[in-house]
Structure formats: structure tokens, C-alpha cells
Design a binder for this molecule. Structure first.
Ligand code: A3P
Ligand code: MG
Ligand code: MG
Length: 389
């Protein structure tokens, strides 16, 4: 219109804001081309010791072995050393990023990295359109063109996480006990544990037990990948390697437990869970997910192995007799790509003077929190608030 200045006179070159909302998950668009996602490549790895000290070695890496039939997942519960739930800060991931962008371990230029985050944050972003229960918050910084994302837990969420009901606490333990039964610290295992040989073996130790659970201990892989045109550096815990780790993701295995499926309702619940299992594994390049099905009281009833890459096809085949597939990963990738572009654009605009209205979207908001100023960086911290989709 006549009131708008000619383009050459527009001194603010930032692009026009665009609105972004969750895609409609009810619309099935199977012909839609997915945003490409590059096969992840490991850059480095690190371990957390039993005291939860970060060390740049593979001391916490464990190897897959078949769990005993009918394993009892309540075993060793009293001896569980449980790391308290805390804010899952990005700091240890940043130490890894430092190593791979600088000095003798240099593998990438920092300025080429579009986004750095834990795999859990990416999983939450990508699956947000399907999340209809839980909202969540994220801290964001934009430094020299790289976005750093970190989940933010409120004080009350932390209290809630640490103060769970004994029944719920035990169910949580079953997942870790399954990990113990499915892993050994010995390389080149014959895929079964003949005898309870384990370190930390307790006098009453039981067949196939991999050692008492200490949730301080973790092995993390840091990978590089690309979503659309954005280079991502993603860190995440890898449960074990099936055979010797060769520097690729080929041997990675994700372990999960789930209630044994007894009917159609259970089946639907499991399909929903598979969405999380899928992205959690996909983002780190983990090719195999081993699920231990259990009774409500923690008796392992069966195990099933899923090829991560074939889960979307499995979901499409579930379509028979129903109007829609349970979920569609290409919708998630397209959404994730749009969201990251939107986030970056909003922050860039926010740093300039004409801060736009960040609360147009009904489903998430982006607000400026505080500044972070120390001797090395000066950046704004933003808070993104996601509502259930
Ligand atoms: P399950 O296999 O039963 O899910 P992960 O599978 O990510 O390696 O995590 C191992 C176990 O940690 C899980 O076992 C679960 O018990 C617990 N866990 C992971 N994420 C959790 C969360 N967000 N809330 C509660 N427990 C969680
Ligand atoms: Mg794990
Ligand atoms: Mg697991």
C-alpha cells in the first residue's frame, strides 16, 4: 500500500514474521514428501561414573546379551542407587561440543552447527503435535547463529519427579532392571549370560543379572546429523552395543519395557508409546529397539526386537480397518523443520528492536527470560512454552 516504504528504504532487513501452529494430526497426507534427515554419525562419546562424573571414555558402555526368560524385574530394587531428578542441563553436552569443535579432537566448525540439544528435547519437539497430555518448557539461546536448546523443569515439576509414589517408583525400576538383565560389561559376549559372573555381584545374585542398578552411570553418544538444511548436534544415552562398538551407530541398541499386551486398548497404548521409542532411537541413529514385555508386578513375559527404520511401515500397516494411521513420522519431521526455522527467526527479530508478538500461537509461546552475561558470552535466554497439542 501507499503507506509502506519502498523496499530499499526498509532499514530492518529481518524477514516478516509468520505464524506457526501444530499441524493437524487428523489429516493423513501420506503422499507428502518428508523433510530429509541424514543418517547420524557419532562424533564423540563420554561416560558418567558411578559418582556421575563426566569422563571422556567408554567405561560405561555396556554390551547386549539376551535376558533370562521370566526374569524378575523387581530383583535388586532395595539396592538401586537412584540419581535424583535434577534440571537436565546442557552443560555436559557443551563440554563434548567444545571438544569436537576445538583442539586435537576437532571434527566440526561451531559456526556450521545449527542446533545443539539432547535427544530428549528433539524428541519432544518432533512429537509435540501428537502430545495431548503433557505441556513442557524449553530454554533457548542463540549464539553466533547456533541454537542451544535445553528442557526447563519448574521447581514444582522437580519436586513432583523426586516425590513419586512407591508403586510408580517400582515401575520405573523395572525399566532399569531390564537394562541390567540385557547387558554385560564384557565385550564379545556370546549373547547370553551363562552364569552370574557380574561385577557388583550380590551374594544372592541371580542368573543373568548384569549388576546392581546405579542410575548415575550412563554412556552417551554425540552425533551429527541434518534435518532439512540444518545441521544438528545431538547427544543421548545409548543403552548398549550389540557386539563391539565400531564408531558407527550400527550396533546401538535401545532397551525398553512395556506392559504385556492383552487386548485392543493395550495395543493402541503401545502404538502411542512406539512414537516416542521411534524418535528417541531414530534421532541418535539407533537401529534396534528391544522391548521387554512384563506383567504389572514385574515378571518378564517376552521380548521383542524392532528395527527402528521399519516401525513407520508397521504403523502404516496398522491402518487396516481404521481410518487413519496411529502416527506419521514425516508429519513430525516437517513440523520440526518449520519449528526450528520459526524459532530462529523469532529470536533474531527479538534481538532487533521491533520485537514481534510471540504469543500468537495458541499452542506454544516464546518469551524473553533474562540475559546471560559472563566473560565469554552475552546472550538472551528465551523460554518456549509448549501446550499439549
Ligand atoms: P522403560 O524402558 O521402562 O521406559 P530409557 O528407556 O530412556 O533408556 O530409560 C530407562 C528407564 O528410565 C525407563 O525404563 C524408565 O523406567 C526410566 N525413565 C526414562 N525416562 C523417564 C521419564 N521421562 N520419566 C520417568 N521415568 C523415565
Ligand atoms: Mg537409556
Ligand atoms: Mg532404554
Amino acid at each position: 500500500t501507499a503507506t509502506e516504504p519502498p523496499i530499499s528504504e526498509n532499514r530492518n532487513p529481518s524477514p516478516a514474521p509468520f505464524d506457526l501452529a501444530y499441524p493437524n494430526v487428523a489429516i493423513q497426507n501420506t503422499s507428502q514428501k518428508s523433510v530429509p534427515f541424514q543418517q547420524p554419525t557419532p562424533l564423540t562419546s563420554f561416560s558418567y561414573t558411578p559418582e556421575h562424573v563426566q569422563v571422556f571414555d567408554d567405561s560405561a558402555l555396556r554390551y547386549f546379551c539376551s535376558p533370562p526368560r521370566n526374569a524378575h524385574l523387581g530383583y535388586g530394587y532395595e539396592r538401586w542407587i537412584r540419581r535424583p531428578e535434577e534440571r537436565s542441563r546442557i552443560d555436559s553436552l557443551l563440554r563434548a561440543v567444545d571438544r569436537i569443535t576445538d583442539g586435537q579432537h576437532k571434527k566440526m566448525n561451531l559456526e556450521d552447527i545449527g542446533v545443539v540439544a539432547w535427544r530428549g528435547v528433539f524428541t519432544r519437539i518432533l512429537t509435540a503435535p501428537y502430545e495431548d497430555r503433557e505441556g513442557w518448557c524449553m530454554n533457548v539461546m542463540l549464539i553466533n547463529g547456533t541454537l542451544y536448546l535445553e528442557e526447563h523443569r519448574t521447581e514444582s515439576q522437580l519436586v513432583e519427579k523426586n516425590d513419586i509414589k512407591p508403586h510408580h517408583r517400582k515401575m520405573m525400576y523395572y525399566g532399569y532392571a531390564f537394562e541390567s538383565y540385557c547387558t554385560t560389561e564384557i565385550k564379545n559376549t556370546s549373547h547370553s549370560k551363562a552364569a552370574p559372573t557380574r561385577y557388583n555381584a550380590h551374594p544372592d545374585s541371580e542368573l543373568g543379572w548384569g549388576g546392581d542398578v546405579n542410575t548415575n552411570v550412563q554412556w552417551c553418544s554425540i552425533v551429527r546429523t541434518k534435518l532439512g538444511d540444518t545441521r544438528l548436534v545431538i547427544g543421548g544415552e545409548v543403552d548398549c552395543s550389540d557386539g563391539e562398538y565400531n564408531g558407527t551407530t550400527d550396533t546401538f541398541v535401545e532397551l525398553k519395557t512395556s506392559l504385556a499386551i492383552r487386548g485392543a486398548a493395550d495395543e493402541e497404548k503401545f502404538e502411542r508409546k512406539l512414537l516416542k521409542f521411534y524418535f528417541q532411537s531414530f534421532l541418535l541413529g539407533v537401529p534396534k529397539i528391544v522391548v521387554g514385555f512384563r506383567t504389572p508386578t514385574g515378571q518378564l513375559t517376552s521380548t521383542q526386537s524392532f528395527q527402528t527404520m521399519s516401525i513407520p511401515r508397521m504403523m502404516r500397516e496398522r491402518r487396516h480397518g481404521k481410518t487413519s494411521v496411529p502416527w506419521d513420522p514425516s508429519l513430525c519431521l516437517t513440523w520440526g523443520n518449520q519449528f526450528l526455522a520459526y524459532l530462529k527467526q523469532t529470536l533474531i527479530r527479538g534481538e532487533s528492536d521491533d520485537a514481534p508478538d510471540h504469543e500468537k500461537s495458541a499452542e506454544f509461546s516464546i518469551k524473553e527470560q533474562s540475559g546471560c552475561d559472563d566473560s565469554t558470552i552475552s546472550a538472551q535466554i528465551w523460554r518456549v512454552n509448549f501446550l499439549p497439542g
